[in-house]
Write a protein that binds this ligand. Structure first.
Ligand SMILES: [Cu+2]
Length: 331
């Protein structure tokens, strides 16, 4: 067959082209360039599932071209013609069996990783974790450092190789906190305190963003997550303490108004600010309420409705019971 060489070359070209396309993008696609333990495991999962899917996709693509070529009208060779043929147990077993096995494998692996990478689970490390509280505002990110007493807007810094325990809430529409090179996103919701543990394996500037559309300037809700040495982090904290004004409650109220913001730093913030923001949306004895519901629940009947609605709303979203420990609300 004189086309055989050409055909083999074409068949080999396909996966090669795919690989070139995928690998050339690695430097730019942040999720393929992880810099932390969590993101690395998540990348493993991406590779495993992609690999499993390729077991189906590659043969199907090759067969598509091969069959189109083999049975083309202008073929000089007469291909077998079997008009009475209607069943092949072998083939049925292959094209039902293989996908079923692959879906089973993907399900098993995904469930394992989901437990392993549960966001509220503390990370094993010799270093003591640092806590950073995150408030999603309209359209900016506020970071509070309860141990250091400082606050920042649209910028977060932490030491490398130290587990960071993020506590997250929103004082604005729901959003989703995401530093792709360090790990997957987690939702920020008013009236809730979610937890997310991440770690940076090396110093660097990592892109951070909101992964959930939240209105007009949602696209400006990006921030730089900077991992530095412990010494540089301590120095930075001292610098912020000495060089920037303190945030007052009035200052916060102003900051919380819908508007974009540049990077800002504050040498102090009011005590218990994070809990106050979370509890603002919690009505005593009535479970949790997300933004806007608190006001309508003055009325008893309305409050009951709200509670029921929020229960249903949350079932698919609430990722961790631990997320409730700080907030005075239950589902
Ligand atoms: Cu909730």
């Amino acid at each position: 067959m004189k086309y055989k060489g050409w055909f083999l070359r074409a068949a080999a070209f396909l996966p090669l082209a795919l690989m070139t396309f995928l690998l050339s993008g690695c430097a730019d696609v942040v999720v393929l360039n992880p810099k932390g333990e969590i993101a690395k495991h998540q990348l493993d999962l991406i590779y495993i599932t992609t690999g499993l899917c390729l077991i189906i996709i590659v043969p199907v693509l090759i067969l598509t071209f091969w069959i189109a070529w083999k049975y083309r009208v202008k073929s000089k060779k007469k291909e077998a013609y079997q008009p009475e043929w209607d069943h092949s147990t072998k083939l049925e077993a292959v094209w039902w069996g293989v996908p079923i096995l692959i879906i089973l494998l993907i399900a098993i692996v995904t469930v394992q990783y989901s437990y392993k990478l549960e966001p509220s689970k503390a990370l094993a490390s010799d270093n003591k974790p640092i806590t950073i509280q995150v408030v999603a505002l309209d359209w900016k990110w506020l970071f509070l450092y309860p141990e250091q007493g400082i606050a920042t807007v649209n910028y977060v810094q932490f030491p490398e190789k130290v587990p960071v325990q993020f506590q997250l809430t929103a004082d604005a529409p729901m959003n989703s906190f995401w530093i792709p090179q360090l790990g997957g996103q987690i939702y920020t919701m008013s009236g809730m305190a979610m937890k997310l543990h991440l770690i940076a394996d090396e110093p660097g500037d990592y892109f951070g963003t909101g992964a959930n559309f939240s209105g007009e300037y949602f696209g400006k809700m990006t921030f730089n997550a900077k991992a530095t040495s412990q010494a540089d982090f301590d120095k930075w904290v001292q610098d912020v303490k000495q060089s920037y004004p303190a945030m007052s409650q009035e200052g916060y109220n102003e900051l919380a108004q819908p508007a974009t913001s540049l990077v800002r730093s504050f040498s102090a913030f009011p005590n218990g600010m994070f809990d106050n923001i979370v509890n603002k949306y919690v009505v005593a004895g009535e479970g949790h309420h997300h933004g806007g519901e608190a006001a309508s629940s003055q009325n008893d009947a309305a409050a009951k409705d709200d509670q029921d609605t929020s229960k249903t709303d949350m079932s698919g979203i609430d990722m961790s019971d631990a997320g409730h420990s700080d907030a005075a609300h239950q589902h």
